[in-house]
Design a protein around this ligand. Structure first.
Ligand code: DGJ
Length: 728
């Protein structure tokens, strides 16, 4: 129950009660007496210094005046706003009972709260619905919301729409979201946040390559380093929607939730539905907003903590050309450069000689592997590497024994199959027999072979996904079954790591990342394109959970020829891997790869625990980003020349995020300079030290580089100056 400390009774002239949740630098102030149920008055910066009295005043200060042409009691954007409560914008909840009982007006009946958490109980006796709304401010200041809606009536309730709202400051007039496609996920786009509704929907049964990872609203021109910005993410791997809405009644909010197909959610009497978590973050700049996601995700007990093994994935090295000789040679080459995990990609199972057949038949193909995978697995492990295996458990090729035997296990909304994609269809994982089959296959494979890692792919969108002709839409049940399968596998094999891949990065969300250990960030290995993709993916995903691979010199997805040092520098600040047929490389190239792998192993503790820093305002043609150790004792930055610059030599770049009062020694780790540079880089030739403040405010000259080159610099605090650091 609510404790007296949490709820402030208003003085007689200020009617109502206020709830203040705070943690991790975030305050959430809730007016419990907003009508017909609570409204968030403030979500964002911690209101240090506020008193009970001022917070009560704040709630009153947010209340609207009555205006001409409006309602007699002006409506608020409450937590689950509906028209029956006076809300004229996008409702938080919509549903009906066989066409009737559309009206919903949830009222507060109970509050339980502690300092950072609240559970609000809402009921509508007339609509015969009740809801539990949970709000939790996490250790790093993320606001997580979740709702459980219950049908208290004696007839079925069809739920059409349910979202959770996060109000944003009125001066947040610019929106940022991401879009994209296969090979170009999470491309940013910005728009003015004007009156009306901006809607992003994912209808692909997975977030999709075009999905927005989050929807952000901030002060105009907000960047990574500065500018207040709020954002919302839906932690769900099925269909979802994100809304930004500015109302002429003077309220602006972001909202998110699952997106239901018609009839997908019908609650039987007494049945309830729990929504996915919708998670809000904020910051003075996107770096701070991202740190809240990273810090909180890292604080989970199940977060992968051991050093991220340098991985070699066989896909772009051999594609479907699986032969023991070729793969053992590749494993030898991988081991020689320091790889720690060898992942056998697509092509190992029954009938899978290309991408037209075999999905679903999860048995090792004896025509390719007469002795099973054992000879390869033993070879890999004998060279000190872990073994990983690719699977795509939710998928089925019509040309497979599985599809021939069990056509009823394939998702479809009508008698004909949904449009084909990559010659494959989707298995109805919510079908108990289909689930049992897939689960048995996966458990058996992991039991038979010492598989340390599954690369879990998902190569098509779900369309018309139902439980057979005249059945019901199944994306929600399918997604829940997927989660159950992942949870059960992890429980049965606690050391097993799983990568979420979906044609690269088409399933990137915190629902899947609650059950897996990393994502395959994109099938596009071109380092120049990866710069954008990785920067925006890292707004939510901690970098050590993002697969970043060295590409072969001619990038398969763009045809561009890239330098090894560029490829390595761009992969360095994530979970490093290699996707390249190393058997064709000469000794010198292998020596250079081995040196990068070695360096990546040295840097990975900082990557896995430190703070990402993306630098604003650098001249077009130069990209500066880095990661700073948690205690700010060291940092690694990349200075990447994406294009030529107008200035020549280029003007100074700033290196922010370090301790202002500490002096740092700066060392160039790798990179190559432009042949036209007439002299060495002066600061490189002297043993200079700069303070964190000098690096942030003034900066240094980047090297003159050819386009498409990168220089890695390492900054190490000088211990004699470090002690004074925090004090200045
Ligand atoms: C798509 C993935 O993103 C690739 O890395 C590879 O695993 C292929 N699928 C295999 O079919």
């Amino acid at each position: 129950m609510l404790s007296p400390d949490d709820v402030m009774e208003m003085s007689p002239n200020l009617s109502g009660r206020v709830l203040h949740l705070s943690r991790g630098g975030t305050s959430v102030v809730i007016d419990l007496d907003a009508v017909p149920h609570p409204a968030i008055v403030h979500w964002g910066e911690e209101l240090a210094g506020s008193t009970d009295e001022t917070l009560r005043g704040l709630a009153v200060a947010a209340r609207p005046q009555r205006v001409s042409g409006g309602l007699d009691a002006p409506a608020r954007a409450t937590l689950v706003a509906t028209p029956a409560g006076g809300w004229l914008g996008t409702p938080g909840l919509e549903g009906h009972r066989d066409g009737a009982s559309f009206s919903v007006r949830l009222e507060l009946v109970d509050v339980e709260a502690d300092g950072h958490r609240a559970r609000l109980s809402l009921v509508d006796p007339e609509a015969r619905l009740s809801a539990q709304l949970e709000l939790d401010v996490g250790t790093a200041g993320l606001l997580r919301q979740r709702i459980t809606l219950r049908n208290d009536g004696d007839s079925r309730y069809t739920l059409q729409h349910l979202h959770l709202a996060f109000p944003v400051p009125w001066d947040a007039t610019e929106l940022l979201d991401t879009t994209g496609r296969h090979l170009r996920e999470r491309t940013p786009q910005r728009h003015p946040f004007g009156y009306g509704t901006y809607l992003r929907e994912s209808r692909r049964g997975r977030p999709g390559a075009d999905a927005t990872l989050l929807l952000a609203a901030g002060r105009p021109g907000f960047g990574f380093e500065r500018g207040r910005v709020h954002a919302v993410h839906v932690a769900w791997s099925g269909n979802h929607r994100l809304v930004a809405e500015r109302s002429v009644s003077g309220e602006a909010f972001l909202a998110g939730g699952e997106l239901f197909a018609p009839g997908e959610v019908v609650l039987a009497p007494g049945e309830s539905l729990t929504s996915p978590e919708v998670i809000g973050s904020w910051g003075d700049g996107l770096n701070e907003l991202a740190h809240r996601f990273h810090d909180e995700w890292r604080s989970r007990p199940e977060h992968p903590r051991r050093p991220r093994p340098v991985t070699l994935n066989t896909w772009e090295a051999v594609y479907f050309d699986h032969t023991l000789d070729r793969l053992t040679a590749l494993a030898d080459a991988a081991a020689s450069v320091g790889v720690e995990r060898f992942v056998l990609d697509d092509g190992w199972f029954l009938g899978r000689r290309d991408d037209t057949a075999g999905l679903g038949d999860w048995y090792v193909d004896p025509t390719v592997w007469p002795e099973g995978l054992h000879p390869l697995v033993d070879h890999v492990r004998a060279r000190g590497m872990e073994f990983g295996l690719w699977v795509e458990p939710e998928m089925v090729n019509p040309d497979s024994d599985l599809a021939r035997r069990h056509p009823d296990w394939v998702l479809r909304g009508r008698t004909t199959l949904p449009p084909s994609a990559r010659q494959q269809q989707v298995l109805d994982l919510a079908h108990p027999d289909a689930y049992a089959y897939v689960a048995e296959r996966l458990h058996s494979l992991v039991a038979e072979y010492p598989i340390a890692y599954l690369k879990w792919d998902h190569n098509r969108d779900l369309l018309d996904a139902g439980s057979g002709p005249e059945g019901i839409a199944r994306v929600r049940e399918h997604t829940l079954a997927l989660y159950r399968l992942l949870d059960e596998l992890k429980a049965a094999h606690p050391d097993l790591e799983i990568e979420s891949c979906a044609s690269g990065g088409a399933r990137v969300d915190l629902g899947i990342l609650a059950r897996t250990d990393r994502i395959w960030t994109s099938d596009n290995l071109d380092p120049l394109e990866r710069l954008v993709n990785q920067r925006y993916t890292a707004l939510v995903v901690p970098p050590e959970m993002m697969g970043m691979h060295l590409t072969s010199p001619v990038v398969h997805s763009t045809g561009r020829t890239v330098d090894l040092d560029l490829s390595a520098a761009v992969a360095l600040l994530g979970h490093v891997g290699i996707e390249w047929d190393l058997t064709g490389t000469d000794d010198e190239t292998r020596r250079r790869i081995a040196a990068w792998v070695d360096y990546a192993k040295r840097v990975r503790p900082i990557v896995a625990t430190g703070r990402t820093v993306d630098v604003d305002g650098t001249e077009p043609g130069i990209d500066v980003r880095g990661v700073v150790a948690r205690d700010r004792s060291s940092a690694v930055f990349t200075l990447t020349q994406t294009d030529t610059t107008v200035s020549y030599p280029p003007g100074r770049v700033r290196v922010p995020g370090l301790d202002p009062g500490t002096q740092y020694r700066i060392r160039v780790v790798g990179g190559s300079t432009h042949a036209a540079a007439q002299s060495g880089l002066p600061w490189q030739e002297h043993d200079i030290r700069l303070t964190g403040r000098e690096l942030d405010v003034v900066g240094l000259r980047p090297p003159v580089q050819y386009p498409q080159r990168s220089t890695v610099i390492e900054l190490v605090a000088q211990s004699d100056t470090q002690a004074q650091g925090g004090a200045r």
